[in-house]
Every structure is written in C-alpha cells, then in structure tokens.
Design a protein around this ligand. Structure first.
Ligand SMILES: [Zn+2]
Length: 305
C-alpha cells in the first residue's frame, strides 16, 4: 500500500528571496494525514494558505500564493521537492515574503528533508486521476495533461539562443530518480533580461549563486552547467512544483511546450473547472487501478521507505 507522508521532524531553512532579495526563513513542520500542505506567513498575519490553484496570486517569473493580501512568492521549488519526495501533508511557516532561492534548484530542500527523514502516516495516499485531455495555449506555447496509465512529465524549451534552441526531456516518475536527475537543476535566465526584470522589481536577489545566467557567448557561471540539458530539467522541476499546487499528486501525462508558471496555472484551473476531467482516487483501492488500466505511482526517493 502507498501511504501518505509527512516530514519526520521540524526543518529550518534560511536564505534570500530570488525576486524580493529579502531575507527569509522557513520551517517545515510535520502534519497529520488528510490535512494537506499549507503555508503560513508567520511574520505577517499568520493566516493559513492551503494549496489550491485559486489561491495563486501571481505567475510572473514565479508562482506566488496568498489570501487576504498575505502572499508568499516562489513556492515552486520547495513544492517540487514535496512532489518528488511524495510528501502529502506539512505546514510551512514562512518568515518573510518569499521562499529562499538557495542555489536556484530544489537540491537543498531535498537534502534537508532527507536528513530528518520522512514519516509514513496511516492513511492511504490520494491521487487526481486525469480522465480527459485538458490543454491551455498562448500563441505557439502550450501546457496540457492527458490521461495516462502512470505519471510522467515532458517539457520542451526553445529560445532564440544557440544554446537553447531546442531541449526536450521526459521524466518518468517511477523510472527515474527525482533526487539525482531533477532536483539539482537550477533556475536559468538570460543576461540581457536581467535589467528589465530588475526594473520591474523582480530578480532583486538573483546572482550567479542562484541562477544559471546565459549570456550571448554562453553560460557565464564559472562552474558551468550541472547537466548538459539543465534548463529543460529545471522546467520539469518547475512543472512538478506548479502541479503540486493542486495539493495532490497526479496520475496523468503532463506536457509543456515553452510553458511557464502562467500556462501551468491556467491548466490547473481548467482541469478543475469540469468534474468530468478528473477523479479523486485513493491508493487503498488497487483493484480500481487494475480495472481501469492505470498504476498507482510509487516513489523511488527515498528508497528506504
Ligand atoms: Zn524555477
């Protein structure tokens, strides 16, 4: 049986926000089964912000969630680590306006969580089973999700830059290692966009410490890339984080072509807008999976539980 998970103990992580440049600290706190994942702006108002696509308040270069004027920016990399580690329940207290960017990937979140370990709870995992194809488009870009016997993510990035003309990668959830293959992939950006982002109040905390910066001649970070196709791996990471805003893991096939947070958010809203698009299922009914030709996803990371 595939049981719900939370973190074994409290985890504290400190850093600065990519967009605000503000110092920030988060505490990830264990939570009971069936309570889900929720954020609390602990330094300001202390209102609970549960995960739901309707609580996304901005998708400009990050995914931000909020209620009643209290918001938290750049939740996607932390949420990708939750997706990748199969965490269903946790409370995240945030002291500051933004989740720390750390090294621009999800690796330090994953390492910190695995260091304290995961707790298996006594309730079966729940999933959103995709029943009908759903797709949102903007120009030639799109994000879509199709019914599939398991969970997989395919991303394609394409930019007018020789280094990033076309990168495609598929991540099969039960066949590849999220911790090693996806979580270390860092945020990337183009040098010629930095000035514009900063003018618009974004990327105030961005540097080569937390962003792969691509100049005209190539990557300007002295250590180069962690993977040859690090940008498309990061897109997969971002997509996992954005999908986690549903609050529940998915059985379906996500595909993003030049997609970003805005399209992903539109996709989640469209998926939930029609009850015929999906079905909530529980891992306690493996028979249902057999009869309907899908598999309950299993998590490869960590291998010990
Ligand atoms: Zn990202």
């Amino acid at each position: 049986m595939n049981f719900q998970r939370t973190v074994k103990d409290k985890i504290k992580i400190k850093g600065i926000g990519l967009h605000t440049g503000a110092k920030s600290q988060i505490k990830i706190i264990p939570a009971k089964a069936d309570t889900g994942i929720s954020f609390i702006r602990a330094d300001n108002g202390k209102e609970k912000i549960p995960l739901h696509p309707e609580l996304v308040v901005s998708t400009t270069n990050n995914s931000a969630i909020g209620v009643n004027g209290q918001k938290i920016l750049t939740v996607e990399h932390l949420l990708a680590s939750f997706y990748g580690l199969g965490i269903d329940n946790a409370i995240i207290e945030v002291y500051g306006p933004e989740i720390p960017i750390l090294d621009g990937s999800a690796k330090q979140f994953v390492d910190a969580i695995l260091e304290v370990g995961l707790e298996t709870l006594e309730k079966p995992k729940k999933f959103i089973l995709v029943k009908k194809p759903v797709r949102v488009e903007e120009g030639d870009r799109y994000a879509g999700i199709d019914p599939s016997p398991d969970f997989r993510v395919e991303c394609i990035v394409s930019y007018p830059h020789p280094l990033l003309k076309y990168q495609r990668r598929e991540f099969r959830f039960d066949g590849e290692d999220f911790e090693k293959e996806i979580s270390p992939a860092r945020t990337f950006g183009f040098l010629n966009e930095v000035e514009n982002l900063r003018k618009n109040g974004l990327a105030q905390g961005g540097s080569i410490e937390n962003v792969v910066v691509i100049g005209e001649e190539g990557v300007i970070n002295p250590d180069g890339l962690r993977f040859k196709d690090e940008p498309v791996r990061h897109k997969i990471l971002d997509s996992l984080g954005d999908l986690m805003i549903l609050g529940t893991h998915i059985i379906g096939e996500y595909r993003g072509y030049k997609a970003g947070h805005k399209l992903n958010h539109g996709l989640l809203l469209k998926l939930l807008s029609n009850p015929e698009n999906y079905q909530m299922i529980s891992a306690e009914h493996p028979q249902l999976a057999k009869e309907n030709g899908f598999k309950i996803p299993r998590w490869l990371t960590p291998k010990s539980i």
